[in-house]
Design a protein around this ligand. Structure first.
Ligand SMILES: O=C(O)c1cc(C(=O)O)c2c(n1)C(=O)C(=O)c1cc(C(=O)O)[nH]c1-2
Length: 250
């Protein structure tokens, strides 16, 4: 016999409990907010996370493409503009490029994606591909790791300026912007998710989807740890050159 569905409040609690596995607990990020990261580690993280940033609008466009509900699309489309910018607004991708400059990376290097590790690329691609194939409600629900994101953005604003005085202050705009925007996104994402996943089975599947998304974020950092903490970049037993591919997805 299947168990009865959780109430919306219980389901929300179960989703929030997944915060226990958020990447805020990954040793690479713990070192970062405890002030133990080197310049190379911070630069590596900014360059690799750029691949996540540029793929978020593709992910959101895939959700729109699968969504026949005009009211949902009207709200969701805002996410693309938040990252890409529009009518006088610079957008999150531009703010991330400025974060890159603030930590000493030039924008051409970020845009070239030459520092993006294969493991990071595969993890991010898995997110975009999931959004292309899943129902729009499941893909919308997978964005709910953002429930936990304001805490992580705030922790950077609180700790980085003391620990890393060499980072230029203009770099912090991205995190400030996301504090507000992530809360609005979460409110919309939760509304969709709590209304749509109304049976115990569907709720269990949604929790598994959220875990999949947490796995993506964690795996990105595992790849960065191997390279920037453990000094084991891909092919390190063979060469110190960055021979890995630069993306064949398109
Ligand atoms: O810095 C972070 O730790 C972090 C995490 C996440 C997340 O939880 O997916 C996002 C972001 N930042 C972010 O800046 C962002 O724009 C974003 C969009 C999404 C999404 O799934 O649609 N997650 C995140």
């Amino acid at each position: 016999m299947t168990e009865p569905a959780m109430s919306p409040a219980e389901f929300e609690q179960a989703l929030r409990a997944k915060g226990a596995y958020y990447h805020i607990h990954h040793p690479f990020l713990v070192a970062m907010y405890e002030g133990r990261s080197t310049r190379e580690q911070i630069r590596g993280w900014v360059a690799n996370r750029f691949y996540y940033q540029v793929n978020i609008p593709l992910k959101d466009a895939a959700i729109l493409a699968n969504c026949p509900d005009r009211a949902v699309r009207r709200e969701w489309v805002q996410r693309i503009l938040d990252h890409d910018g529009g009518s006088g607004e610079e957008g999150g991708i531009e703010a991330w490029l400025r974060l890159g400059e603030a930590v000493g990376l030039d924008r051409e290097q970020l845009l070239s994606q030459e520092l993006v590790l294969p493991g990071v690329r595969f993890a991010v691609d898995a997110y975009v591909n999931f959004a292309r194939r899943a129902s729009w409600q499941e893909a919308a629900g997978s964005s709910l790791t953002e429930l936990f994101a304001p805490t992580i953005h705030q922790s950077r604003l609180d700790t980085w300026p003391q620990h890393y005085p060499w980072i230029k202050s203009g770099g912090y705009d991205y995190f400030r912007r996301r504090l507000k925007v992530a809360r609005r996104d979460v409110e919309h994402g939760l509304r969709i998710t709590l209304a749509h996943f109304a049976t115990r089975e569907a709720q269990a599947r949604m929790l598994e989807i959220l875990q999949f998304k947490l796995d993506i974020l964690w795996s990105m950092l595992d790849a960065m740890s191997m390279t920037y903490e453990l000094d084991r970049p891909p092919y390190h037993t063979v060469t110190h050159e960055r021979v890995w591919h630069r993306g064949i997805a398109w």
